[in-house]
Design a protein around this ligand. Structure first.
Ligand code: NDP
Ligand code: 2IT
Length: 444
């Protein structure tokens, strides 16, 4: 049996009931076959894949907090410290009722490769809780965050593990978490990224994932003789990534006609008015269906179905496995020629395979959404320097990092004889750096 197949079986057997983790490992290992086969003896002897697919540490803890009725609630808290070969653990925290070990391991595994692609010295980690911030008061969110950090603080630090935001964790939550870390440790340090601008946050971090997604999309289009101007764009989700992807896409001449959330999707044939979406989502923390109250010519449809809207470019920016094989077929049938993933693993394996087979322009999440963590890395640099750069300085660095990631993925795809396959290219380019570091550091 090949080393790849052997390791995949081992991962499935040793991590039962973790479908998202299995899915992420399989996709990556399958696309690394060429590299692994070429180095099989060396990698086997060093147990590279056994180590690469096993998190260095999974921390799990109880998070008790008191709700507004005076009742004690208990949630699960986790931090997965996946791989520290090229730097201290780095990755977001997700607060969503679906959070479990499988999802956090898939995210930590992907993060390791993503962080490698940025070219910055960051290892991979991810954490979170099954806490649902929806419908909670600010005081309840604070109580939860303080309790979460009261456990987490002993496992993190500016040179050991630096969490940030993800689904359900934005500026408000990072602020509460930072305050509690400072209180527990007495340290004022860059232990979290995505902080407020007046306490160590970086300009552009809020916009970074969405802007970065459009920078790499634009680069991919240009390199293939296409452009964003005049193209119809679908954006799923309506959170941090979705909003700023749409903002930059519109700035570059694209026409964004749809957004969604877990209740349904809106279609505005005249082009989404982003200030309306921002008011609903960023100010009122409302639902996307409220858009049609402000823009009566737009239509809200309950449930899934955003990918049935005809488009040129699709940007899934909500969550894992939100775009399946049927959706992929529909997009292709409607003439969609480019997909860039703002979310982590939003396309199912079958959907991804179809996009690659049909040779549309497809940029996988670990490359396409790396602008967020890259800008977190820039926030860490500014904190270490006790300085802050201007918006233009950070934005320029982000742009360059995204262009470089495109070049790395394109180059690795060429080198391994699959030009234009950025899935394989991104996985190989991310993996090479991590594996070289693991080999150099011996058995650890
Ligand atoms: P937010 O919490 O700001 O927004 C998430 C959006 O996705 C919301 O509109 C939410 O709808 C929707 N959504 C989440 N879960 C589901 C679900 N199970 N079904 C349907 N809709 C869902 O998160 P972000 O924008 O930060 O994250 C979006 C994606 O981007 C995630 O995959 C995340 O891992 C990834 N990402 C984020 C980065 C960042 O810097 N924030 C960096 C790189 C990747 P609702 O409000 O109804 O739940
Ligand atoms: O998935 C991701 O890359 C993030 N949620 C951002 C992580 C970070 O450390 O900024």
């Amino acid at each position: 049996m090949s080393y790849v197949d052997e390791i995949y079986e081992r991962v499935v057997t040793q991590n039962p009931g973790e479908p998202e983790f299995h899915q992420a490992v399989k996709e990556v290992l399958d696309s690394l076959r060429l590299v692994i086969d070429a180095n099989e003896e060396k990698y086997r002897k060093a147990g590279i894949l056994e180590r690469f697919t096993e998190p260095e540490r999974v921390i799990s803890f109880r998070v008790p907090w008191v709700d507004d009725n005076g009742r004690v609630q208990v949630n699960k808290g986790y931090r997965v410290q996946f791989n520290s070969a090229i730097g201290a653990y780095k990755g977001g925290l997700r607060f969503h009722p679906s959070v479990n070990v499988s999802i956090l391991k898939f995210l930590g595994f992907e993060q390791t490769l993503k962080n490698s692609l940025t070219g910055l010295p960051m290892g991979g980690g991810k954490g979170g809780s099954n806490f649902d911030p929806k419908g909670k008061s600010d005081r309840e969110v604070m109580a939860f965050c303080q309790s979460f950090m009261t456990e987490l603080y002993r496992h993190i630090g500016k040179d050991t593990d630096v969490p940030a935001g993800d689904i359900g964790v934005g500026g408000r939550e990072i602020g509460f978490l930072f305050g509690q870390y400072k209180r527990m440790t007495g340290l004022y340090e860059g232990v979290l990224t995505g902080k407020g601008l007046n306490f160590g946050g970086s300009l552009v971090r809020t916009q970074a994932t969405g802007y970065g997604l459009i920078y790499i999309l634009d680069e991919m289009l240009k390199n293939n003789g296409k452009e964003l101007t005049g193209k119809t764009v679908l954006v799923s989700g309506s959170g941090n990534v979705a909003i700023y992807a749409a903002e930059k896409a519109i700035e570059l001449g694209g026409k964004v006609v749809a957004f969604s959330d877990s209740n349904g999707y809106i279609y505005d044939k005249d082009g989404i008015k982003l200030d309306v979406v921002k008011e609903i989502k960023e100010v009122r923390r409302g639902r996307i269906k409220e858009y049609v109250d402000a823009v009566p010519t737009a239509v809200f449809t309950e449930g899934k179905g955003i990918w049935t809207i005809p488009c040129d470019i699709a940007l899934p920016c909500a969550t894992q496995n939100e775009l399946d094989l049927e959706d992929a077929k529909t997009l292709l049938a409607n003439g969609c020629f480019a997909v860039a993933e703002g979310a982590n693993m939003p396309s199912t394996r079958e959907a991804t395979d179809l996009f690659v087979e049909k040779k549309i322009l497809f940029m996988p999440g670990k490359a396409a959404n790396a602008g967020g963590v890259a800008t977190s890395g820039l926030e860490q640099s500014q904190n270490a320097l006790r300085m802050s750069w201007t918006f233009e300085e950070v934005d320029e660095k982000l742009h360059k990092i995204m262009v470089d990631i495109f070049a790395k993925a394109a180059d690795a795809a060429e080198r391994y004889g699959v030009p234009g396959n950025y899935v394989t290219g991104a996985n190989i380019a991310g993996f090479e750096k991590v594996v070289d570091a693991m080999l150099a550091q011996g058995v650890c």
